[in-house]
Unconditional design. Sequence first.
Lengths: 352, 159
Amino acid sequence: MKRSARWLVAVSAITMSVMGAQAAQAAGTSAGTTITNTVTVDYKVGSIAQTTKTATNSFKVDRKVNVLVETQDSTTVQVTPGQTQVATKFKVSNLSNAALDFALSSAQLTGTTAKHGGTDTFDVTITGIYLDSNGSGVFDSGDQAVTYLDELAADGSKIVFVVANVPLGLGTGDVAGVTLKATGREGGGTAGSMGAALSETSSSNPMDVETVFGDSAGAADAARDAAHSDGDDYTVLAAALTVAKTSRVVSDPVNGTSSPKAIPGAVIEYCIAVSNGAGSAAANTVTVNDPVPANMTYDSSFGIKVNGSVDASGVCSVGTAGGTYASNTVSGSLSNLAAGDTKTLYFRAVID
Amino acid sequence: MAIHDAVRAALLFLAASLASTASAEAAQPLELHSDVQVDKIIVAEGQSKHVLSEPDVVVPGDRLVFRTAYSNTGTQEVTDFVVTNPLPAGVALDPSATVPAEVSVDGGQTWGHLAALFVTDAAGAKRPAQASDVTHVRWVLKSVKAGEKGEVTFNAIVR
């Protein structure tokens, strides 16, 4: 960076140094480091400089176990009923001053308040915990199922996904809360295998390296238990479809279209309206099937109209030709129904 | 034999030099003792107090008190008494405690009040020195009289 004003540079350097100091504080001096303090004393006796005297003392920095689990989803993860392999995203940071393994475990809330404020109402089926092994930041096929993080360096962090399937039959606004807990395990052992459980140790020798738990309480764990946890949640957004079927007499052989009556030979129009509730998920590939009633004959000259609208009295209009008639049944597909949308399928039949 | 004589002479010389060292020590009887303690804040009955303990358990972020006790056990006054203490790697001066009057941020080349010192960053710009920049602390006493004892301390934080 090039700056013209020297003062500006000075101000910026202060900010940077403060930030640097904070970053260094996260894990800090490595466990087992010997800190030796050496004092030297120079002095004179009768104006004659004497031999310099020194004194020293030493102690070793102990191992502070501290871990932080934080959800990376700023809002709830939106799901639809029956959706599979949906990920909630977490970051596990090793704030200890030594490399450690971390056992990972997931759990579900039981009716309590979930991370993003909703109340837990159902359980998802957790299919696994995955490490973002390809570093993409999103859950994908390159990610690896894990039960622990191997040899996470001091100040190191990993992105981890809790992946779950959502059951069917849920309504919009249903919430499933999950938690991810990371528990420190002995590090520095064999790579590829989880280290032994940690315990706090004490010794009266300053040169021994003891283990101290310095973690805070998480969503599902206590302070100073070598573990930390955080929550995340899934919220269901389902489509809320309703169907209404109306009919009207279009014409009869006696009156024509003027006040027609439902007598033999009269033409009846059936209107099927499908609506998606406000605030719902969009409904895709909606198909409508309607058997033509007994004693009626499908009117092939009118055909089938789809994606039409309906007025307050149940009269369908402005549909486009589509759909099929087979085995005495009318079928047709409607285009995607956004929240609050209504689309219709209508056809005509003649009374035998 | 000649070899025996040489060995005897060497031994005599060694004895003499040991004796002279001993007498020199006797002439400058200054005792030094350096220790370090952990300064823990313990909250009990709603009140927090500082408790100093042995550095058995020390983790990053802990506060330390480094102490150097001196004692003039001789019969002569000691003058220009300078205690120099380079900060060990892994600790930083505690900015919230009293900072010794004379510190250095350049490895002991220049000394002064922390507030009067500057450091130069990698880009060549000068900025006021912070407690975390201090590399050495020192205390200068004009004189330590015969029989006088005292101690100097500084507070630091494990990085």
